[in-house]
Design a protein around this ligand. Structure first.
Ligand code: ARG
Length: 572
């Protein structure tokens, strides 16, 4: 596919003197109003070098590049050169490229040889996997897919919260009031129940806390019984997490969570000490970050046990040694901003110049229409229940709307779960948002079901076009472009063309919603084209040309959905 910015820049450089292609390319704009051209080149910045008024420069350039066969029309308007590119050549180029590349359209080798770690989901063992976790899980998965698509060497990490004094409490509670059968039946809900009971009882009997601490020490020392119980809790919890990951189609390369770093902690504490960063404070060890307005970071408690932040420091050092990452990305709620600022600063103070390759990608809160949820107040909404409900509700809509499917269960799962994921990825991640069923499952809004439905509609056109036409349209050789010269075809093609650069933008900003919004635009543009044009006409050439564009649109939507972790149904 031609890089039109490049071609325009080259034409301008050839028509002028003393300009560099890269500089010109950076100035080329896409006007908000397509009546002002497909591209525009503002001449303000050239006034100084050329010692001429910008409108005069624009006029001169416009005249000189006007007869370039790549352009249909070149106009000077004030200080701008407005460029209308030759539609048919452009569209044919785009369609041939997209149809030829298929699932590879959008891929690049930009990141070749660079390793990007993406850490996401990271729930806590024996704690509910609730609707709040969906954000990290789904956003992180999409960020991984975006980097993967750009050719980076990616590693997906689930930094499980599987370590800490709470396990002393959990084991203590289990021994006192627990039963094996109960845990096996409903691990997380049951363990949570024990944990809550522990806190209630500990209020009455303070000795319990000491007992729990002793148990945790035993666990830290690797004593058999404690270790066995902990391992069992971890496995049972993981089973439940895995059910949800399967529903979401999400996988990980590593489950090295907090416990993985427990034996690496003493070395980190020693190193902090050797580098003169540790201070004692009431028996605990801290790093004072007041100079950087980042408060104080607690590294070890007075009993010597390490903390969450100590494990993050150890994890980052380990990851650098083990993976030699280019970027080490953490998709974690914005509530943990200070935590990330603190430990990244500590790594910097330790002299690690790669500290700033550790990137915290924060996101806002999700609340339910009834109000924000909170584990403490017992208003937990389990993610698995939300997903099941989404599938169930979608199934009802499918029946009610008489939607055609080959397999209603498969479609309901694909659309229902896709809808929840899509919603998650629709807004800027940093924004707080309220989860609403009506919004998520609206088939006409800017939603997952709408985009999936559009894809299925395109596929239905292709089925009706017949294999022979589709084969010719797929090859896109010698298309008769006069049949797709209308505005809606052109606007659709422009959005398709932009798809690869949209992926790059999403990666630069760690922002999947850039992709989400773009595929909504593509879907809307496709529907306008579908509405404006009669596609399956009698005239063969016309049918082939239009079908070729349908293939490009369907392909772009499918590849876009894939970057969000969502499947595209063939029928719906
Ligand atoms: N387990 C933590 C939680 O549920 C999230 C872990 C985030 N990752 C990290 N490296 N600190 O809040």
């Amino acid at each position: 596919m031609n890089d039109y910015r490049d071609l325009i820049a080259t034409a301008i450089v050839n028509a002028t003197e003393g300009l560099e292609t890269e500089d010109v390319k950076a100035l080329v704009e896409i006007p908000a109003d397509s009546k002002m051209g497909d591209y525009a080149f503002p001449c303000f910045k050239l006034a100084k070098v050329m010692r001429k008024a910008p409108p005069l420069i624009a006029k001169d350039i416009a005249e000189k590049i006007a007869d370039n066969p790549l352009f249909d029309k070149v106009e000077q308007v004030n200080a701008y050169v407005n460029i209308f590119i030759s539609r048919s050549a452009y569209m044919e180029d785009v369609i041939r490229e997209v149809n030829g590349k298929g699932a590879d359209f959008g891929k690049s080798d930009l990141g070749a040889g660079k390793k990007v770690l993406v850490e996401y989901s990271s729930p806590n063992i024996a704690k509910p996997f609730h609707i709040g976790h969906i954000r990290s899980t789904v956003i992180g998965n999409s960020i991984y897919k975006i980097f993967d698509c750009l050719g980076y060497d990616t590693v997906r990490i689930n930094h499980l919260g599987d370590y800490g004094t709470q396990f002393g409490k959990m084991i203590c509670a289990y021994r006192r009031w627990g039963s094996k059968e109960e845990v096996e039946k409903e691990p997380i809900k049951t363990l949570l129940k024990y944990y809550t009971k522990f806190h209630e009882e500990a209020e009455k009997d303070p000795d319990l806390d000491q007992e729990a601490r002793d148990i945790f020490t035993k666990l830290e020392n690797g004593e058999k019984e404690e270790l066995e119980l902990w391992t069992w809790f971890r496995e049972e919890s993981l089973k439940e997490f895995t059910t949800v990951y399967k529903m979401l189609g999400i996988e990980f390369d590593s489950y090295a969570g907090e416990s993985f770093y427990s034996d690496k902690m003493p070395a980190v504490v020693r190193e902090l000490d050797e580098k003169g960063l540790l201070e004692e404070s009431e028996g605990a060890m801290i790093v004072d970050l007041e100079d950087y307005d980042l408060g104080v970071a607690l590294i070890t408690k007075s009993d010597g046990s390490t903390l969450y932040i100590t494990r993050d420091i150890a994890a980052a050092i380990y990851r650098k040694q083990h993976y030699d990452f280019y970027k080490n990305v953490y998709v974690v709620a914005s509530q943990q901003n200070l935590h990330f600022q603190q430990w990244i600063k500590i790594l910097e103070l330790m002299g690690y110049d790669w500290a700033n390759d550790c990137v915290h990608v924060p996101f806002g809160l999700v609340s339910l229409e009834e109000g924000t949820m909170s584990t403490r107040h017992g208003r937990v909404v389990f993610l698995e229940d939300v997903l099941n409900k989404a599938v169930e509700k979608t199934r009802e809509i499918i029946v009610e709307k008489n939607v055609v499917t080959d397999n209603i269960d498969e479609t309901a799962a694909m659309v229902g779960i896709g809808a929840v994921m899509f919603q998650e990825l629709s807004n800027n991640r940093i924004k707080d948002y309220t989860f609403s069923w009506d919004k998520v499952l609206n088939f006409d809004g800017e939603t997952g079901p709408y985009v999936q439905y559009t894809y299925a509609r395109a596929k239905s056109v292709l089925r009706n076009a017949g294999e022979e036409v589709v084969a010719k349209a797929q090859a896109a050789e010698g298309l008769d472009m006069q049949y797709i010269s209308g505005d809606s075809a052109y606007e659709l093609t422009k959005l398709i063309y932009a798809f690869p650069s949209v992926i790059e933008e999403a990666a630069n900003k760690y922002e999947p919603s850039v992709v989400t919004r773009h595929i909504v635009d593509v879907a809307q543009a496709f529907n306008r084209f579908y509405h404006d044009e009669h596609i399956l006409v009698d005239n063969e050439d016309e049918k082939i040309a239009k079908t070729a564009l349908v293939i490009s649109a369907a392909n772009t939507i499918k590849n876009g959905l894939a970057l969000l972790g969502i499947s595209a149904p063939e029928k719906m």
